[in-house]
Design a binder for this molecule. Structure first.
Ligand code: DHB
Ligand code: FE
Length: 285
């Protein structure tokens, strides 16, 4: 067992994810001009759906009190970012990107951290000496949907070969397996990293309690997270997956799409080579 496995807890990763979310600019600012009518409509329909479920399934007082206790625990464990990103964000992402013609995206999840170290266009992600895991060599380019190469950035963050993210599990260097790659006018990048392990959402907190009570599993397939930007183009947030992962078909976060599955080719030296690029949609306005 690694150090991280011995000491990672839902409360600690939840607290870090909650703090990380509060660091970003106020989420209320972007919706400050929302008309009352829309707030009324959305709040009322969500409450109606809850009321319907209670009536249809004759939810008891004991079940209502268990729900109340559980919701309180989600907050106490700091697990709202985890809960929402696992069970809700994928639908928001689908709706937000429905009109796109370029590369498919996926959920951001709770573990993005901005301003990861700049590495240029051809480099390795920051990693420890002897970082475990199959070495990956990933080549690609950022282009516009018409094929024009774009000078932009690929921010990449991922779990390590034990399934842990730096800054959200203890004992891992701050920027381990997090980096920013900046492309020149040809849009090309070449990144060296390692293959992450499948990721299990924390099982010892409120989300784990729900998973156990409902008989679900807690797994996400192994994935690389990216955020891709270029001037004049819409930001692309995506995750890339590995063929044959048993959880590609039953991701707890419902965030796998066939277009996001890589096709690594293992070379003689054991490195898995990947070709995968990003086509960005032009900005709308
Ligand atoms: C969660 C974790 C992830 O690594 C991810 O990609 C999506 C969601 C989570 O724990 O909520
Ligand atoms: Fe993730």
């Amino acid at each position: 067992m690694s150090t991280a496995e011995e000491t990672a807890t839902a409360a600690a990763s939840g607290a870090a994810a909650t703090e990380r979310f509060h660091h970003d600019k106020s989420p209320y600012e972007a919706v400050k001009d929302t008309p009352k009518e829309r707030v009324d409509l959305l709040a009322r329909e969500v409450l109606d759906a809850i009321h319907r479920t209670i009536r249809e399934h004759r939810v008891t007082y004991d079940e209502y009190n268990a729900l109340k206790a559980w919701l309180i625990q989600v907050g106490q464990d700091g697990e709202w970012p985890l809960f929402l990103d696992v069970w809700v964000e994928h639908v928001v992402e689908d709706v937000a990107t429905a009109g796109r013609r370029g590369s498919k995206g996926s959920i951001e999840g709770p573990y993005y951290v901005p301003n990861a170290p700049e590495r240029g266009a051809d480099a390795s992600l920051p990693m420890r000496d002897g970082e475990p895991g199959t070495p990956l060599l990933w080549e690609g380019a950022i282009t516009s949907i018409d094929g024009t190469p774009l000078a932009g950035t690929v921010e990449l963050w991922q779990a390590d070969a034990d399934g842990y993210y730096s800054q959200f599990a203890p004992g891992i260097p701050e920027w381990n397996l997090r980096g920013t790659f900046t492309t020149g006018p040809d849009g090309k990048f070449r990144i060296r990293t390692i293959q992450p392990a499948p990721y299990q959402i924390p099982t010892d907190g409120a989300c784990g309690k729900l998973i156990a009570a409902a008989g679900w599993h807690a797994w996400r397939p192994a994935h690389l997270h990216v955020k891709v930007t270029a001037p004049g183009h819409q930001e692309l947030v995506a995750q890339l997956y590995f063929p044959g992962d048993p959880h590609n078909d039953d991701d707890i976060a419902s965030a796998v799409k066939p277009e996001l599955i890589l096709a690594p080719v293992v070379q003689d030296d054991g490195t898995a080579r990947i070709e995968y690029g990003f086509e960005l949609d032009p900005q709308e306005d």
